[in-house]
Design a protein around this ligand. Sequence first.
Ligand SMILES: [Zn+2]
Length: 478
Amino acid sequence: VRRRLVALVATGCLLAGATSASTALGTTAPTAGADGIGDPYFPQDGNGGYDVVHYGIRDTMRTSSGLLTGTTTITARATKALSRFNLDLLLRVTGVTVDGRSAAWSRPNRHELQVTPATPIAAGQRFTVRVAHRGYPGSITWGGERSWFGNASEVVAMNEPHIAPWWFAANDHPRDKASYDIRIRVPRGQQVVANGRLMSRRTAGDWTTFHWSAADPMASYLAFFAAGRFTLEHGTTPSGVYYTLAVSRRLDPPSHKLALQLMRRTPTVQTWLEARLGRYPFRTSGGLTTSLPTRFALENQTRSTYPFLGGREADSIVAHELAHQWFGDSVSLRAWRDIWLNEGLAQYMETWWDHRGWSNPPRAMKTWLCDTYDDYGAEFWDLTIGAPGPARLFREEVYVRGAMTVQALRNRIGDADFRTLLRTWVSRHRYGNATTGQFEALAEQLSGVQLDGFFDAWLRTADAPAPTTANGLSACAT
Ligand SMILES: [Zn+2]
């Protein structure tokens, strides 16, 4: 995510409440799945007892009224014997089946849907749950978040850390990634853009259904769709990745033209990133500019989504969101406290991109670190970005101090080991989840440098790192 246009909005809020997790101890008797996946920042996010393999989402979006109706069909594998299990959903539920049979369900709170199948699910069993739902996502608030953007002619389902429960039933945590088929029906004349590849568009009567397929593993907050009227362009990057670009036709003509120029920077920026990070991780790529005033851009998987930013000079934001395709989308967080791994590395690649045309980019980046280090006052250093807390996930410090940490690491371990680190990190954890501890261990392993003190100073200290060689700041002393 990249917020630049206005003061940051605090999204996210500590969700107080029960975290009771039933655990089967030494028995195969079916028990209830937990109502959270185990992330202390958001105790109700995700659920326990199963792993989602695939989401099949079928929704009808009426932008004129804001009504969303549809079904989510989840194919999952039980990780233990389940008497019942939970899903995360904020829409009203109108019916639930498990493996085709009607299932009992209840709402312990507005976020949790508790499903009790007619017969228990065995450990390891693959099962299908289908949830019918309806509601007005634009009027839903949860945990202080209003995640939905829409007006009478356009909507976009984009937000972080939460958007899925506003439009489909989910195991809503990046730890449980899955493939998606997203079918959205809209009034004839409107279009839908979502993740992945467009498989079909079919018009019947007054409605058109768009079917998008995202075959690579994806975290639930990165699944998205936009409905409205868009100018679409398709192409193939130099490395052979098929891409789709979209710009809302609700933008006035000069803005529309500028936005299209910016979206067309996508293959160029992606090629530059591929030279530094290795191959682009997904089968498709692209970008979408919405006319809606989201005030932030988001790295929706394969289709980064932007508010109107201007023309090609705004391509640093494109670099940021495309860098997230590696850092955050392909290599995902295991817990939200590690958010600096997403934002620090994306902000770093953005900064590197901005310095690419300088006569000596590596030296320019060292200077950037020193200048930035000198620029910030004491309060900037108060936030320990290694554990910023759920209300501060997207604070400027996470981005800037995060990017500074990466450059300081480059200074500390040297350019060759640093480049190997980036490439090894994204290839080793491709499509998976990873932690700050794993990043530190890999940096140490590849460089042979003991880095405990370095990472403590940069990530876990509520103060500025001392301007020392050990902290990667030796060049700043002169
Ligand atoms: Zn970001």
